[in-house]
Ligand binder design. Structure first.
Ligand SMILES: [Mg+2]
Length: 314
């Protein structure tokens, strides 16, 4: 007989009960989750669903997973409506990224009229929800999430397991000299959720000024790579005049994200394979020293070549 399995999906602070049969597959499970939560199968990350230590294939039968009755599956995933405009946005940046190391193209792209017009449009139309007010005399730090603060691809029971080491120490130290903005190429609900999961949102030791999502990005055409979504700092500078190229730095694991502001971006090493690298990764520890160095010694952040950041903070 095909016996029934009852499961619980935990997503976005809520729990959903499901009933499936043992002969159904992971693909059937995802479709059932879709019906309950409206999160499409391809957007579902079932964090603790494992077969032989890895995320199971869609064809895998539920009987093979040996799930206990009432097993609680932790899901991450965003709703289609949250990522409305994003048909062209890389929600899930491919594992192998064609990252750019093009310097000759950068200047040309940075000043192109049509891109400046797009930035103006974002300044006017994009609604920033301030979480904490800007502070007098602070610099600005803009941070990517995926692979910068968080390994969003590995499988884990809790978000904390995927957090980059020293995250809270890093943000605490940075907050002394910088107002902090989180900017991720996903939807806002998803960003809010991740920041809660990581314990950033309500951390007593620092405050995030605001979050920006994919809708604050613009698309640019890069001759060698085609049309790509990028994060122009001009959107923030246009809305908050106290920040500029002189006092802003952006950390991202993908260089093209700051192609509009190459002199104010620092490409960090991506944090991947959290389980393997958690005990070794010290990137944030070193970067917090670099932030101190900039705050103390530099009147114009764009005058320094951030590619050589490590030499400045040993
Ligand atoms: Mg990233």
């Amino acid at each position: 007989m095909d016996s029934i399995i009852k499961l619980i999906i935990k997503w976005s602070g809520k729990e959903y009960e499901l009933e499936l049969t043992e002969s159904e597959t992971v693909s059937d499970l995802k479709n059932t989750i879709h019906k309950k939560t409206c999160v499409r199968p391809e957007r579902q990350k079932l964090l603790n669903l494992k077969f032989k230590g890895k995320a199971p294939d869609d064809e895998c039968r539920l009987s093979q997973l040996k799930l206990k009755p009432g097993f609680k599956i932790m899901m991450m995933g965003s709703l289609e409506e949250d990522i409305a405009e994003v048909n062209t946005t890389p929600i899930d940046i491919p594992e192998v990224v064609n990252d750019l190391d093009i310097e000759e193209d950068e200047i040309a792209i940075e000043n192109r009229e049509e891109y400046l017009a797009k930035i103006d449009k974002r300044i006017k139309d994009y609604d920033v929800k301030i979480l904490n007010q800007p502070r007098e005399g602070k610099n600005l730090l803009v941070l990517d999430i995926d692979y910068t603060l968080f390994d969003h691809r590995s499988v884990a029971e809790t978000g904390a397991e995927l957090m980059r080491p020293y995250l809270h120490e890093f943000l605490t130290a940075a907050y002394e000299d910088y107002d902090i903005v989180i900017w991720s190429a996903t939807g806002m609900k998803w960003i809010d959720e991740k920041m809660k999961l990581l314990g950033v949102t309500n951390n007593p030791n620092y405050k995030i000024m605001f979050h920006l999502d994919s809708l604050a990005m613009i698309s640019v055409h890069i001759p060698k790579y085609g049309v790509m979504q990028v994060k122009p700092l001009g959107v923030i500078w246009g809305k908050f005049k106290q920040y500029s190229h002189k006092n802003t730095i952006m950390f991202d694991d993908i260089r093209r994200n700051f192609i509009m502001n190459p002199k104010n971006g620092l490409k960090i090493r991506p944090f991947r394979q959290a389980h393997f690298n958690r005990s070794k990764d010290e990137e944030l520890l070193h970067l917090s020293k670099y932030l101190k160095y900039l705050a103390k010694n530099c009147n114009d952040f764009s005058s320094i070549n951030h590619r050589h950041w490590e030499g400045k903070c040993l």
